[in-house]
Structure formats: structure tokens, C-alpha cells
Design a protein around this ligand. Structure first.
Ligand code: FMN
Length: 354
């Protein structure tokens, strides 16, 4: 494949992203919207907490809980340890794991082992990750097949990040003709492709084109959690560029609004809600809004720099919160959560995510 960016530059960028996300305030200026969603409180649930079953299936795979660890990292020594801890955490708790962009490993095969977590996560539903725009910068369907096969993944997360690329000094900003390339990828990869944003959300009209192109699922990765505009602004090291990036801190479709709009428009599509999901209650609310699963990134980053046990703790607490929310709203099964939506988010009417 053609190399647009020196591999070491990609590695340095990935490492700086980790530092910024760990040390700086990178929260979106928007609220993801979960505080506006209320679930029914069932004072008489007529079941035991022990009977509550949070298991589900996602794209045909069984999960102990409908949670995906959202894509974060790879391609550096630090990332190897982080991915290993996330993978052990996912294996022990029975949730899915999406790795960070594998562009670095396509540029330099020596970095592949920072993504290679199968040995510690033999049964995990595992996703590879690439940026869609890279298909305009030399990445081919064969590269994508290799990215999936190299780590024995079950599918590919394809991120759509025009805002992030535009705010990078030498970002890859030619997004022309990508839909046809995504359609070709979906037809030829041999594994499901999930399209995601990176904290700005996906509009209904865009999701319609992606689903038509053959993606198996849409992960809204909406606004209200980590803001990649802010991350790129802080990485720029230049006050003018940081100020420019800050003007986009409140950009995008909040997660709750985007999830509700997508579910209303595509009743049968597989939809993952992520961006600002911060607790088991948020997961329950995302499912009540119609998501098939919820994704979490930033809250797992610091634990993953410490140990697998720290990742397990956060995931177990999140699953405990989800199960208690199900119990307290009278839902023994995940499928019942749709009926527990007590109060639709006020932002839904007049949503500009449509
Ligand atoms: C340190 C870090 C690195 C990330 N790297 C990627 C990436 O390589 N590919 C991707 O699709 N998303 C990446 N993301 C975006 C997340 O997958 C997610 O969409 C976003 O952070 C919003 O979720 P959150 O609010 O739970 O953090 C990254 C996020 C973080 C925090």
C-alpha cells in the first residue's frame, strides 16, 4: 500500500493521543443526553435480582452483557499493554472489544503485536479498526482483510472522522468517493463491517447510505463524551489551532438524540450507542432507546494503563449497574428494556440528527 505518512509519525500521534486523553479535559461541550432519559421505576418488579439476565447477541454472537469496549489504541509499546488489559477484561466479563486503528500496523508490521490479543482473549467478540478515509490514501480491501485476519477478528470497525482529520495539521481530508469503496469493502471483506463516528454522531441520512452500502451495523459514537476536536486541538501545540479546534467542542449529534433518531428510522438495523456512556444506567437507557449494545471508550483507558483487574472492575461495576437498572425497572431480559422508556428525550422532537 502507498504510505502517505511516515510510520513513526503515526506512532507518535497515537502516543500523544493517549497522553492527552489521560491528562487533559477532552469532554465534549455537549451533553450526551442520558440525564434527560428516564426509565420506568418498578416498585414491584416481581422477580429476583438474581434472575435478571443481561446477556444478548450482537451480530449473531453471544455476549454476557450488551457492551462493546470502543476502539482506542494500538501501534505503540504502551498500547500493547493497554490492549492486553482491555482484552483480558473483555474475556473475563464477556463483553466485546474493538481495537484502535490498525493503520500503524499496516505501515509497519513490527507493530502488529500491539493489536494481537487473541492469545489472552480466545472467546471475545473482537473487532479490527481502520479509518474509512485511508481507502483514499492507499489502503485496499486486501489490507483490510489482512488487518482482520492478522488479529483473528470477527469483524471490522470503520471509523468516519472528517472533523478530526480536518483539525489535524496534515490530516487526511480527501473524503471523495468513499461510499463506493465502503460498499466494495462490505461486499468483499467476508466479515461484518460496522461504521462508526468518533464522537460526532451519524445522521439518519448518512446511516441510510451506509446501510445501503452494506454495513452490518452503525455505531453512532455520538457527541457528549470524548471530543476529538478537543483532543486534536490540544495535540496541535499551537494556540491558534487549539482555539480553532475549541470552536468545534460542541459539534455533532448527541448520542441519545442520534440513537433515538436512528432506531426510529431503521427499526431492524443493528445500532450501537456510544459516546459519553458512563455507567450501567446509561447502558440501560441506550438499550431502552433501541440500541442493540452500548460502547464505552475513555472510562476504560486509565484502568487499562494500570491492570486487567482494574478494567474488570469497571466493566463488572457497569454490568452490575445495568442489571440493577433492569431490576428496578422490572425488566428481567434485555429485550424488555424498550418498554421501560418512561420519558423520551426532549431533544428527539425536532432532532437535527434526522
Ligand atoms: C485514547 C482514545 C483513542 C481512540 N482511538 C480511536 C481509533 O483509533 N479509532 C476509532 O474508531 N475511534 C477511536 N477513539 C474514539 C472512541 O472509539 C469513541 O468513539 C469516542 O472516544 C467516544 O466514546 P467515549 O465518550 O466513551 O470516549 C479513541 C478514543 C480514545 C479515548
Amino acid at each position: 500500500m502507498a504510505e502517505q505518512t511516515p510510520a513513526s509519525e503515526t506512532e507518535a500521534r497515537k502516543s500523544r493521543h493517549l497522553d492527552i486523553c489521560l491528562e487533559d479535559d477532552v469532554a465534549s461541550g455537549l451533553d450526551a443526553g442520558f440525564s434527560k432519559v428516564r426509565l420506568r421505576h418498578e416498585a414491584l418488579p416481581e422477580c429476583a435480582l438474581a434472575d435478571v439476565d443481561a446477556s444478548t447477541t450482537l451480530l449473531g454472537r453471544a455476549l454476557r452483557a450488551p457492551i462493546v469496549i470502543s476502539s482506542m489504541t494500538g501501534g505503540t509499546d504502551r498500547a500493547r499493554e493497554i490492549n492486553r488489559n482491555l482484552a483480558i477484561g473483555a474475556e473475563r466479563t464477556g463483553v466485546a472489544l474493538a481495537l484502535g486503528s490498525q493503520r500503524a500496523a499496516l505501515e509497519n508490521e513490527a507493530l502488529l503485536d500491539s493489536y494481537d490479543v487473541r492469545a489472552v482473549a480466545p472467546t471475545v467478540m473482537l473487532f479490527a479498526n481502520l479509518g474509512a478515509v485511508q481507502f483514499n490514501y492507499g489502503v485496499t480491501v486486501d489490507d483490510a482483510r489482512r488487518a482482520v485476519a492478522d488479529i483473528r477478528a470477527d469483524g471490522l470497525y470503520l471509523h468516519l472522522n472528517p472533523l478530526q482529520e480536518a483539525l489535524q495539521l496534515h490530516g487526511d481530508t480527501d473524503f471523495r468517493g468513499l461510499l463506493a469503496k465502503i460498499a466494495s469493502l462490505c461486499a468483499n471483506l467476508g466479515k461484518p463491517v460496522i461504521a462508526k463516528s468518533v464522537g460526532s454522531g451519524i445522521a439518519v441520512s448518512t446511516a441510510a447510505r451506509l446501510l445501503e452500502a452494506g454495513v452490518a451495523a452503525i455505531d453512532v459514537a455520538g457527541a457528549g463524551g470524548t471530543s476529538w476536536a478537543r483532543v486534536e486541538g490540544k495535540r496541535a501545540g499551537d494556540p491558534r489551532r487549539e482555539a480553532l479546534a475549541e470552536t468545534f467542542a460542541g459539534w455533532g449529534y448527541p448520542t441519545v438524540e442520534a440513537t433515538a433518531a436512528l432506531r426510529a428510522a431503521f427499526p431492524a438495523a443493528c445500532i450501537i450507542a456510544s459516546g459519553g456512556v458512563r455507567s450501567g444506567v446509561d447502558v440501560a437507557k441506550a438499550l431502552a432507546l433501541g440500541a442493540n449494545a452500548a460502547g464505552i471508550a475513555l472510562p476504560l483507558l486509565a484502568p487499562a494503563t494500570k491492570s486487567a483487574e482494574a478494567v474488570v472492575e469497571v466493566l463488572e461495576d457497569t454490568i452490575a449497574g445495568l442489571r440493577i437498572a433492569m431490576f428496578a425497572s422490572g425488566c428481567r431480559k434485555i429485550a424488555r428494556l424498550r418498554e421501560a422508556l418512561h420519558c423520551e428525550p426532549s431533544s428527539r422532537s425536532g432532532s437535527d440528527a434526522t
